[in-house]
Structure formats: C-alpha cells, structure tokens
Design a protein around this ligand. Structure first.
Ligand code: SF4
Length: 400
C-alpha cells in the first residue's frame, strides 16, 4: 500500500458527530474518508492472510456451514465450538438433513451450548429454505435476514463470509476494534453510536469490495479480519496486543493512551442469585426425569425434577412436598453452581432410592437407565449431574 493511502503515525483519525462523511477525518493528510478506509481494509486483509487461525469452517464457502458456525460462535468460544460444529456437520450436513431431522436430535447436538431457542430457529429456518427456496440457501441479504433467528449480524456474516457480498457485520469483537481505533465515545449498543458503527462497518466492507479483483474475496476477508483482530489482538481489558496490531500506528485510543476506556459499555446488570432444590430419584437402576414443557424455558429438554426455592428453604422439605417422598429418605450430593446470563444458579442436590409413584410413569415423566440418559437432550447443568450421580448411588449401595 502506498503511504499516500495511509495516515502517518502522528496523524490520527478522529470522530465527528454527523453522517459518514463527517465520521472520518484523517488528521491533516487531506485524505478523503473512502481512500482512508480502503487503506484500513487493505491492512486488515493482508494481516488476516498471514495471521488467521486455521478453523474448520474457514475451509468452506458453503453458506449453510458458515451459518451454523456463526450461530454457534454467538454462544461460546472458538475452541468449544470446533467439536460441536464438527458433530453437527457430521449428522446434519445440509439444509435438508436439518429440516427433516427429529427435533430431539437437533437439541441433542446443541446440548451444552445454551440458548436452545437458537437451535430450534436453525431448524425452522432450514424448513423455510426447503419449502420456499427449494433447499438452496438464498443469496439475497434481505431474504437471508427474513429467516427465523437470523439477525443483522448473522445475515451480514453469511452474506460476506460465504457469498463475498459487501454486507457489514458488527459483533462485540468488531465493536471493540472500531471504537478503539476511532476512539468513539458513547454506548456502542445504543443509538447514535451503534448506527454509526454499522455505517463504518458498511463503509469498510464497501471499500474492500471496490478494490476487489476476480476471486480474491475481499469482502469475506475484511469482515473476518475485523472479527479475528478483536478476538486475538484487540482483546478486552486494559492490555490488548497493540504491539502486533496492523492498525497500531493510526489507532486513536492507543495514541491517547486510553485503550482501556473503549468501548464505553454501560455497567453490567447486577448478578442475581437463584436457588433450586433438585431431586435425583433412583429405582432399580433407573432415574426419574421430567420433560420441560412447551411453556417453559429450555422446553424439550429432560432434567431431574427440580423446583426454585428461596435461599433459606430446606431442599429436602421442598422435594418431599413436591414428590411425596418422606424427608428422612434424602441424602446430599454436592451443590452444583453455574451461571446463565446474569443469574448465578445453585442447585442443591438431594438423592433418594424410592419406589415410583404411579404419577411418574407417564406423560412428562420418564425412568431412564444411565445409558439411556446419555442419548437424551439435557441442559448442561443436568448433564453434569448425570456424571456424578452414578458414582453417588453406587457408593450408597455398597454401604447398604
Ligand atoms: S492498536 Fe491496540 S487498541 Fe488500537 S486497534 Fe490495535 S490492538 Fe486495538
């Protein structure tokens, strides 16, 4: 890249409050915003070509595979997603397989990722693609955006990464890079800054698109480079790796020594503690489970019977009242603690060997062996309980 296209180290990029033309001003270089953005896009894509991590979904341009990876990556970190994505693609390699899969299989493949409505929406969208588009993933961004569960970020990611279209993306990583690079003040998730960040992201990918030569997939590369930079270099906290950042010599937050100030996220919502009494009931090698119903969060998942309690309630008393098991039949397992969004959950776990009630043999109740448990869809917390319960009951049997 010629030095003409890039602000000098002592000439910074500044933010102005009016419209895209006013957003960018490259110090006293006299550069117009489009030229400057083209320079940024060029640096980013070159850096991405050298430094991009080798991830399995980057080996494909199949919109279906990219879509699945993007939705999974909204749930958790890359290293966790790799085996999930591989398993999913083995079982459900395309739109038709997903659309026609039993819903229990879809939930089972998603088990442990949380936000299970996302897995259901994937299947709803696949059915819509099968019915309305003959099973071919649409290539029009507006149509992609109209599919169930696909928001602006996911639509932009599929359109740019898989289809190399000049569609913007804006996730937490991109927000961090852009707000730091331009030292953008304000809450990036609220207007007016959020709107301007989308404008900037759109202008960047458009700049890449303008410089595109046949087959060099610049839209795909520039968007991925922004995400990759945020994930691996411009990381959260006070010490991103500015020393290896391809944008370092023009980064305004760095120039000001205010890297940790951006993005200016609002204070986190306070954590709320929640308590549950969870009963693991065993009878002749089978464990009692309950299916979460349609009106409940995580519907369609199996779990050990549990009820939310106050912090000082006796779990034995709650379980005995709900299940009709005498209070002196319960023994304790260690508490299980886990977080879901702003909730810190504590499952106070009690187990009992007990004759089944007739009510527990039908409808939403199920007696499952330890082997059968493995094939059922369960939320992460209850899956963890299955790992500890066999040993617990074996111990109690050996003692008796
Ligand atoms: S120089 Fe540092 S703060 Fe600025 S974009 Fe690069 S990593 Fe982020």
């Amino acid at each position: 890249m010629s030095s003409q296209n890039w602000p000098q180290a002592d000439r910074h990029v500044s933010f102005r409050p009016m419209g895209l033309e006013g957003i960018l001003k490259f110090g006293d270089t006299g550069q117009d915003p489009k030229t400057a953005l083209a320079g940024i896009a060029e640096r980013l894509t070159r850096w991405f070509d050298r430094k991009a991590r080798d991830l399995p979904w980057r080996k494909t341009q199949d919109p279906y595979a990219v879509w699945i990876s993007e939705v999974m990556l909204q749930q958790t970190q890359v290293q966790t997603v790799i085996p999930y994505w591989g398993r999913w693609m083995d079982h459900l390699p395309g739109i038709r397989e997903l659309a026609e899969a039993p819903p229990e299989l879809v939930l089972k493949l998603w088990e442990g990722l949380g936000y299970y409505s996302r897995a259901r929406n994937l299947q709803r969208a696949a059915r819509q693609i099968l019915e309305e588009h003959n099973g071919v993933f649409p290539d029009d961004p507006a149509t992609i955006l109209s599919l169930p569960g696909i928001g602006r970020y996911t639509a932009g990611a599929i359109a740019s990464i898989a289809l190399d279209q000049p569609e913007p993306i804006l996730d937490g990583n991109v927000i961090r890079v852009l707000t730091r690079f331009f030292a953008l003040e304000g809450d990036p998730k609220a207007r007016p800054l959020n709107h301007r960040l989308w404008e900037l992201a759109a202008a960047l990918v458009q700049a890449a698109h303008s410089a595109e030569r046949l087959g060099d997939r610049r839209c795909a590369r520039v968007n991925q480079s922004l995400m990759e930079l945020g994930a691996t270099v411009c990381t959260p906290g006070a010490q991103p790796a500015c020393g290896v950042c391809p944008l370092a010599d023009a980064c305004e937050a760095r120039r000001r020594g205010q890297v940790e100030r951006f993005p200016e996220l609002p204070p986190r919502v306070p954590i709320t503690a929640r308590f549950f009494a969870t009963g693991i009931i065993e009878h002749q090698g089978r464990y009692l489970l309950r299916l979460r119903e349609n009106t409940e969060v995580n519907r369609g998942f199996w779990e050990f019977p549990n009820w939310e309690t106050g912090s000082s309630d006796s779990p034995e008393a709650v379980l005995s009242e709900q299940l009709g098991i005498p209070p002196n039949h319960w023994s304790s397992l260690p508490d299980l603690r886990h977080h879901i969004t702003r909730y810190r959950m504590t499952q106070r776990v009690r187990c009992a060997c007990f004759l089944p009630s007739p009510d527990w043999t039908q409808g939403t109740w199920l007696w499952a062996t330890a082997t059968e448990l493995e094939s059922l869809a369960m939320t992460s917390a209850h899956r963890k309980l299955t790992l500890s319960l066999t040993g617990a009951f074996e111990k109690s049997r050996q003692l008796s």
